[in-house]
Ligand binder design. Structure first.
Ligand code: 5AD
Ligand code: SF4
Length: 437
């Protein structure tokens, strides 16, 4: 039987996938496999994939075609969202692919490799349900300063454009005691900042009413963990953002004043067709309530342009609302139809050219908003968590509590510490400053 010594893992997509890759890597390292940085020398190649847009999938398919020509005796596997969304077709389409491992089966990676070695057949392990063992399993983290913790997996929302409910199953909240235990473990490892991850962190605990721990309660529990300096969370569905959460952000010292709650569109017609279950008026109300409770809070959004039947007027409504709210962080996407979603039944009737024009218009507005905001920040002081050295090795990079990127000259020994930085200028969405002497 062939022996396996090394593996290479490539991650596509979101922070949840990054974390899942660390879980897979830790499993493999526990089986004495060594992680390598180049695919050429690896015995096993794992692609941890994303299905959110067509482009994400195309990148992976391109890689799989590449490996077809040059597989040698490597084992090649696909994990993550594409393993779920294309579970019926991938193994047939790519006979040189050895396995598929679903988003809820991360702890089965060693078993699947054993099966491949003994049976020499294509294997797949794909469950739509959350693997219970996963919550008692702490992955080793590569980043020693900040990392994420998964608190709820899956999504119950079924927004009409989104494939995630198919690739990650229904919402299952992790046991609060296991989350706190992991945060304490990470604090002992020297981690200073944690990001609580979930497709919709605000519905944390709703599926387990007997535990009586909802998302704000979890924040109160985590705020007490010694050694952790900052707590972030993402993503929040606007419909589930409560006043209790806003009060927790205001009252808890470590919880960062930044909320990523995607608006997606500013047109009620489009929001309805997207099945977002809120109107633009409701959305604006939540923004205003947040700003009244936490005046310095910054807000992040995702926007989809070119959803089926989006007229110029619909787009203009998005544009105007974007300008009114003045988002601090924005990810803007062109609509991409996904298989088996409700929206895929509508005709994708906005041309790519128009989607790109709308996307560029919003980007231009976004950059203008940032420029005005950053200009006002010059002359202020910001607390920054120093995360890593810049490329030239002369400065440190970090973020403010409200999520602005900051670059300042300092030595690497300050990495991991909180520093007060005088903001002096900015370029390319990064504030620049120095530590007062
Ligand atoms: N097309 C374009 N963007 C999408 N998103 C989700 N599904 C699609 C799709 N089919 C975006 C949404 C979501 C973010 C993670 O990706 O804006 O918030
Ligand atoms: Fe997708 Fe909507 Fe769930 Fe977010 S809330 S993961 S956009 S279905």
């Amino acid at each position: 039987m062939k022996t396996l010594n090394t593996f290479y893992i490539r991650t596509y997509g979101c922070q949840m996938n990054e974390l899942d890759s660390e879980i897979i890597s830790t499993q493999l390292q526990m089986s004495n496999l060594k992680k390598v940085d180049d695919e050429v020398s690896a015995d096993i190649i794992i692609l941890n994939t994303c299905s959110i847009r067509d482009l994400s999938e195309k990148k992976v398919l391109g890689k799989l075609f590449e490996y077809k020509k040059d597989k040698k005796d490597k084992i090649i596997g696909v994990c993550g969202c594409m393993a779920m969304s294309q579970k019926e077709t991938l193994l047939k389409k790519f006979p040189h692919l050895d396995f598929l491992l679903g988003t809820n089966n991360l702890l089965d990676i060693n078993k699947i490799l054993d099966d491949i070695l003994t049976k020499n057949l294509q294997e797949k392990k794909i469950d739509l349900n959350y693997e219970i063992g996963l919550e008692n399993f702490f992955a080793k983290r590569e980043n020693k300063i900040k990392t994420s913790i998964s608190i709820i997996r899956g999504c119950n929302n079924f927004c009409s454009y989104c494939i995630v409910p198919q690739t990650r199953g229904r919402e299952v909240s992790r046991d609060p005691s296991s989350i706190v235990k992991e945060a304490k473990y990470l604090a002992r490892e020297g981690i200073k900042e944690i990001t609580l991850l979930g497709q919709n962190v605000n519905s944390y605990g709703l599926d387990k009413p007997e535990k009586k721990v909802l998302f704000p309660d979890l924040l109160y529990m985590l705020d007490k963990v010694d050694g952790i300096e900052r707590i972030r969370f993402m993503t929040s569905h606007p419909k589930d953002i409560t006043k209790d959460l806003m009060l927790a952000i205001r009252d808890l010292k470590k919880v960062c004043e930044f909320v990523h709650f995607p608006m997606q569109s500013g047109s009620n017609k489009i929001l309805k067709a997207m099945r977002r279950t809120y109107t633009k008026e409701h959305y604006l109300e939540k923004v205003n309530l947040l700003k009244s409770i936490v005046p310095n809070a910054t807000i992040g959004t995702d926007i989809i342009v070119g959803f089926p039947n989006e007229t110029d007027e619909d787009f203009l409504e998005t544009y105007k609302l974007f300008d009114e709210i003045k988002f601090d962080t924005a990810f803007i996407f062109a609509y991409s139809p996904r298989q088996n979603t409700l929206a895929s039944r509508y005709e994708d009737n906005i041309s790519n050219t128009l989607k790109q024009q709308r996307l560029q218009k919003l980007l231009k507005l976004y950059h203008k908003i940032l420029e005005t905001k950053y200009t006002k920040l010059i002359g202020t002081k910001k607390e920054v968590l120093a995360e890593k050295l810049s490329k030239d090795g002369k400065s440190l990079k970090g973020r403010t509590k409200t999520f602005e990127k900051v670059l300042f000259p300092a030595e690497s020994k300050l990495i991991g510490s909180l520093q007060t930085v005088d903001i002096e200028s900015f370029s390319h969405q990064t504030l620049k400053g120095s530590i007062p002497s």
